[in-house]
Design a protein around this ligand. Structure first.
Ligand code: SF4
Ligand code: SF4
Length: 479
């Protein structure tokens, strides 16, 4: 453990890079990034409510579903959770905190991630049931609902209740950031050991008691923070620490998260967190279901289901598809856990599940990333005609030139297909390596780990099959 700590401490620190570090240490760095995304959200909402109804020609039909999702997963994989850093939904929420000065704690009856898990399920069901990706108008409503949600929740409850307990996007980013190559962490443990004020979590106050700088609202105490879970990269701890002892270190993806028994500040040991476990398993299942929802076999399956059940109610059929997919993965996880506990002659089914089910996270995120990157790579260049057409619609003049709607893909379809399979492959590699690492810690034989390796391999092959199907070219006019 000490060796791991030393390795993290020696890793390069983004705050030490001349221009980057200077920008990130700037007090208004986060606000400046949020303002940029807020302007984009305003353009998106305006076009969604008042622009053309055809999704590929509307900012709200393309920007969130092609560019934003693709860039989120790419950034998580290559840089870190910088989209939470730049989250525009938190700007109005800051006003709510200032106006209402909420003192109430988040209700103890809704602990952890339960609300967020429920919202994730509802959101992705609604995404398929209402074809959100094809409706700029509904997409604009979703964006508005997000702003209102953050405003109301953080106007009612103190701290970062919305980020920690409610925001489905945030939970997605937290799980994805397991694979990120950066983390906010302390520089020198000895400095923290002698620190009396603990401003990184308490915040910094003037002698009169006025809050000068927030501490970590997510409840992550730097010296005991482990990995990236629950960290929004808000950098409040960086600004609050009076000794400049918080940095943003490069690291190996998954490096600090491997050990599930570690007591994480603000979270506890992951083996004791059923909500986190369901979040990981649920996100993995929905990741595959969401990709399944855009290939042609899903339509054949839904028509078959409609004939068998004698109903054409699409909302019900999609709910059944979702429930079925979640149930299949849950039963498979329970089956793999039972087999491993029998083969290893150690622990109960639940004990194994509370450890090994987390190893689905890299593969699950790999599926999300492969799916979102497919849309991004096949539609990235649509941003040019989209901007041209938006400016023409708003000003009545083609100030940026006439849009060329043939512009779409970054790469050829073959290169895109190869790249997304590679991303899924990295995901399954992460899952298998994590399984082997846990198995070594518990001194399990390879045979006892086989149920998990077979599960990861089967999901990977299913993912490759999904990615090989003709997919809907969302956000472009070329499909
Ligand atoms: S990170 Fe800074 S404020 Fe927090 S305990 Fe360490 S030295 Fe103190
Ligand atoms: S204040 Fe908390 S959430 Fe923000 S960067 Fe620091 S540890 Fe992460």
């Amino acid at each position: 453990m000490a060796r791991e700590r030393r390795r993290t401490l020696r890793a390069p620190d983004l705050l030490a890079i001349p221009l980057v570090g200077r920008y990130l240490r700037w007090r208004h760095a986060r606000t400046s990034a949020q303002v940029v995304l807020l302007l984009m959200a305003l353009v998106l909402s305006y076009d969604g409510f008042f622009g053309p109804p055809l999704a590929p020609k509307n900012v709200a039909g393309v920007l969130p579903w092609v560019h934003w999702r693709g860039l989120v997963v790419l950034t998580l994989l290559l840089l870190g959770n910088w989209f939470c850093f730049a989250c525009p939904f938190l700007l109005p929420r800051r006003l709510a905190q200032r106006w209402f000065r909420p003192q109430r704690a988040w209700p103890g009856r809704l602990p952890g991630k339960w609300v967020a898990v429920l919202l994730l399920l509802v959101f992705f069901w609604a995404y398929e049931a209402f074809d959100l990706w094809a409706s700029p108008f509904l997409t604009a409503w979703v964006a508005l609902a997000y702003f209102v949600g953050a405003f109301v929740v953080d106007g009612l409850f103190r701290g970062a209740a919305f980020c920690k307990h409610v925001c489905p996007i945030g939970q997605f980013n937290f799980v994805g950031s397991l694979l990120s190559p950066t983390q906010v962490t302390i520089r020198e443990p000895a400095v923290c050991a002698s620190c009396r004020t603990k401003d990184c979590i308490r915040g910094r106050f003037s002698p009169q008691g006025t809050l000068l700088q927030r501490g970590c609202e997510l409840g992550l105490f730097q010296p005991r923070k482990v990995g990236n879970l629950d960290c929004t990269f808000c950098l409040d701890c960086v600004h609050a620490c009076p000794y400049g002892n918080v940095g943003i270190r490069l690291r190996l993806p998954l490096h600090d998260e491997l050990d599930l028994e570690r007591n994480r500040s603000g979270i506890g040991p992951l083996t004791g967190r059923t909500d986190w476990l369901l979040l990981v398993v649920g996100l993995t299942a929905i990741g595959f279901l969401n990709a399944f929802g855009m290939v042609s076999p899903v339509y054949r399956f839904l028509s078959w289901l409609a004939r068998v059940l004698g109903t054409a109610n699409e909302w019900l059929l999609i709910a059944i598809l979702f429930a079925g997919g979640l149930a299949i993965l849950a039963v498979t996880v329970i089956g793999a856990s039972w087999l491993t506990s029998r083969l290893a002659r150690r622990g109960s089914t639940g004990w194994v599940a509370r450890r090994f089910a987390y190893t689905l996270a890299p593969l699950g995120f790999g599926m999300w990333a492969a799916h979102y990157l497919f849309h991004f790579f096949t539609g990235a260049l649509t941003i040019l005609p989209l901007a041209q057409s938006f400016v023409r619609d708003v000003t009545g003049r083609a100030l940026l030139g006439e849009p060329n709607w043939q512009l779409a893909s970054l790469f050829s379809l073959q290169t895109t297909s190869d790249l997304v399979v590679l991303v899924l492959g990295l995901g399954v590699a992460g899952s298998v390596l994590w399984t082997l690492w846990l198995g070594r810690q518990e001194e399990f034989t390879l045979g006892a780990l086989l149920p998990w390796i077979v599960l990861h391999a089967s999901l990977f092959l299913f993912g490759v099959w999904l990615l090989g199907q003709p997919m809907e070219m969302r956000g472009t006019l070329l499909g």
